[in-house]
Design a protein around this ligand. Sequence first.
Ligand code: TAP
Length: 490
Amino acid sequence: MAKQKAAAINLAFNHGWTYAPAPESTDHIEIKSQYDLFINGKFVAPTQGQYMDSINPANEKKLSSVAIAQTADVDKAVKAAQQASTGWQKLKPSERGKYLFRIARMLQERGRELAIIESLDGGKPIRESRDVDIPLAAAHFFYYAGWADKLAYAFPGRDAQPLGVAGQIIPWNFPLLMAAWKIAPALACGNTVVLKPAETTSLTALKLAEIIQACELPPGVVNIITGAGSTGQALVNHAGINKVAFTGSTQVGKAIQKALAGTGKKYTLELGGKAANIVFEDAAIDQAVEGIINGIFFNQGHVCCAGSRLLVQEGIKDVLLKKLKLRMDTLIVGDPLDKNTDIGAINSKEQFGKIKNYLRIGINEGGNMHQSNCTIPNKGYFIKPTIFTDVAQSSRIVQEEIFGPVLSIQTFRTPEEAIEKANNTPYGLSGGVWTDKGAKVFKVTGKLKAGVIWANTYNKFDPTSPFGGYKESGMGREGGLHGLHAYVKL
Ligand code: TAP
């Protein structure tokens, strides 16, 4: 597919034609000029009347104004969730499941609209919002809807009781999907929820609020409050919260862990990552190249489990690098709404600045930077796919999470050296192994300290599969049967 697209572009160039993008139409997509807070089943204005701008990172234009929840609003939302709690717990589990099924179906029905808004608000290519984010968000609701009346089978011989009110805080890289990861298991287990989306990507969470309203979920069972970091902080610190579920940076995760110490509140933390994608000499090289491209350039590299470090066995370094660079040159960077786009816009001005700073750090540390020969739009936040060779294990671009389309490349000679290098960062979220030998897959993956490891593939997600990290990548698991544990007391 990528080859066909590249061929089409070459053909256009050779004939002097202009390459014509095919952006998805935004007709019939409603984005209101202003959004309020979703509390107790209604949209209500924030107490202090403050709003923030939501910007389209592909053209730097304002999309909408979104309410900023202050402490008083957080309090209202938590109280609404507390009041709704008893009724929701008493409801027959199969009835709770029906609501979740309803939400899942409506996410599917409104898939096109949600995908377009996700791409406008967050900068990700429409192909990814349409084919990954939105279908997976619906799949999470379907999956946990199925568990709602089967908790006795999930926890045989135990009495699984809901925790009460869950305070949930999510990041900007998979806005609707992260909301689904958090809300679906919480509701299935009989909890009520106050969710805070990220500042730069609140719009699909607010669309989800509309869907929840349309599904007639009892008021207060899900409350969605937008705002800044201080809104999240107020939620974490609220005495009426029984559990905190946080996905975001390690830095904020650590602050939350400190704030929760001694409070008795349960918590799960899904934090950063710096995964190694390890390619052995016996791997199918063309497939591995696709896996490397997908591993680091999917969603502009704004992926906690991105394969942001490539470890390649010395004997195939030259051939693999050659193929990788050729493949990078076929990637189209540009309008997120164009169905041909492979890499969209960086999510925000702040993140754009952070990535550019890491490019400077990589060069100053002696790394050899190579960027693809693509063109990028003049307006908006775009970064060309980038790789660094000649980096050391101690380089900051090897150790720190960049959260952008930047890959650092190292070599190794033996499996032991690969394992040693792969494990040598503060993180432990994910990893990848590429080899023709099944025994080697088991030998190597068994020694990698990472929560999720893919073999001969990368970035595959499924609601039935648990996800989470070791070390500074967090604690607790979300997804699958494990995801239920986080929302019950036994
Ligand atoms: P953060 O800056 O940590 O923000 C995450 C969320 O926390 C946002 O909603 C943020 O609000 C809020 N927040 C900020 N300060 C807070 C505080 N003191 N107390 C409570 N909440 C606070 O992360 P990000 O930049 O949005 O997301 C990128 C990070 O998320 C990366 O490190 C990535 O690896 C990680 N991530 C991890 C996973 C998993 S599953 N492990 C999945 C996706 C992303 P504002 O937006 O208003 O600042």
